[in-house]
Write a protein that binds this ligand. Structure first.
Ligand code: SF4
Ligand code: ZN
Length: 302
C-alpha cells in the first residue's frame, strides 16, 4: 500500500479515513487531528495554563508529547493510587517521561489522604473502579483549581468516548447525554475539562506511541476485570471492521444532532453547595470523597 499523501510506502493503514500513511505523513495526520479537535470545540488557546492528567498509559503520554510539540503551556499531573506493582510502575514511567522531555510534573500521593485504593477496596469489599474514578476526578479538579490552571486535559480517545456514549445511551441517561463531549465548561469550583484526542482512535494513538517510541504503562491494574467498557469496545471494534468510519460518524453525529436534544433548561437546575464537611462543591450534602471516607470508616474491616 502506498501513502495517500506522498506515495511512499505506507506503514499505517486507516480504513476509516480511506487512507494509508508513511511514518512522517501519519504523524502529520495525527497532529492535524489533534489541532482540529482543539479548534472545533475551542478546547484551549496558547494563553491557557493546561494541566494534563497522566496515568502512564499511551494515550495520556501521547497527548502530553503532542501538546508540547504544538507549543502549549502544559504541566503533567500523576496520581499515585498506591496499588502494589501497578502504581509503582506507572509512576516511574510518568516520572521518566517528564524528565526525558523536560516537562513539569505534579505527583499526588493518595497515601497522604489515607485513600490508597487497596485500602479502600479492602474496607468496602466491593468493586472499586467507581470509587477510584471519583477519587481521581476529585484530585484532578482540586489541584487544577488550587493551582490556577485554566483547563484540565485528559487522554480519552474516540474509542473511550464512543463506548461511554453507548453506555449512556443504553441507559438513556439524560444528565450524562446532555454533558458528554470533548469539552465540559468550568462552573463554580469545577475546572474546565477537555479531551483533545477525541477525534483519534485507540489504534491511532497506539501507532503514534509506537512511532514516537513512548515507553508506557502496560501492566494491568489488578482490579480492572470488567472495567473500562471492555465489552462495548469489542462491539464497536466489530462494527468498525464491517463499516470503517462508523465510530467517528456516530460520535460527531451525536455532538451535532443528538446532544442538543438532551440540553434542556432543566439540565442546568442542579444547584451546587459546599460540602458540609470539607467545603468542596457538591450537589448533595457531602461530596463524593467525604462519602467514601465515611463509608470506609463505618464499615468493619473484612
Ligand atoms: Fe482504578 Fe479500576 Fe482503573 Fe484500577 S482499573 S486504576 S481500580 S479505575
Ligand atoms: Zn467533602
Amino acid at each position: 500500500m502506498k501513502c495517500t499523501a506522498c506515495k511512499e510506502k505506507a506503514v499505517v493503514s486507516l480504513p476509516s479515513h480511506h487512507a494509508g500513511f508513511c511514518e512522517p505523513c501519519f504523524l502529520r495526520f495525527f497532529t492535524n487531528q489533534v489541532e482540529k479537535g482543539i479548534r472545533q470545540h475551542k478546547l484551549f488557546t496558547h494563553n491557557d495554563k493546561i494541566l494534563v492528567a497522566l496515568s502512564g498509559g499511551k494515550d495520556s503520554l501521547a497527548l502530553m508529547l503532542e501538546l508540547k510539540a504544538l507549543g502549549y503551556n502544559i504541566t503533567g499531573l500523576h496520581i499515585d493510587l498506591g496499588i502494589p506493582n501497578s502504581s509503582v510502575q506507572a509512576r516511574s514511567i510518568v516520572e521518566n517521561f517528564c524528565q526525558l522531555h523536560s516537562l513539569p510534573l505534579i505527583i499526588k500521593e493518595l497515601k497522604d489522604e489515607n485513600l490508597m485504593i487497596p485500602f479502600i477496596k479492602k474496607r468496602l469489599n466491593r468493586p472499586i473502579c467507581s470509587a477510584c474514578g471519583k477519587i481521581k476526578r476529585h484530585f484532578f479538579n482540586k489541584i487544577a483549581i488550587e493551582n490556577g490552571y485554566d483547563v484540565l486535559a485528559t487522554g480519552h480517545n474516540l474509542d473511550d468516548e464512543v463506548a461511554r456514549l453507548t453506555s449512556n445511551t443504553l441507559r438513556w441517561d439524560k444528565a450524562y447525554l446532555s454533558d458528554q463531549g470533548p469539552s465540559l465548561p468550568a462552573e463554580n469550583g469545577f475546572s474546565k475539562k477537555v479531551k483533545p484526542l477525541w477525534r483519534l482512535s485507540e489504534f491511532e494513538t497506539a501507532n503514534y506511541a509506537f512511532l514516537k517510541k513512548i515507553d508506557h504503562h502496560i501492566s494491568t491494574c489488578p482490579y480492572s476485570r470488567g472495567a473500562s467498557f471492555t465489552k462495548l469496545k469489542y462491539f464497536w471494534f466489530n462494527l468498525e471492521e464491517e463499516s470503517p468510519g462508523r465510530k467517528i460518524d456516530f460520535y460527531q453525529g451525536f455532538l451535532e444532532r443528538g446532544r442538543p436534544a438532551f440540553q434542556t433548561d432543566e439540565q442546568n437546575t442542579t444547584k451546587l453547595t459546599a460540602c458540609t464537611k470539607c467545603g468542596y462543591p457538591t450537589s448533595v450534602e457531602l461530596c463524593s470523597i467525604c462519602r467514601i471516607k465515611e463509608l470506609v470508616n463505618s464499615e468493619p474491616n473484612k
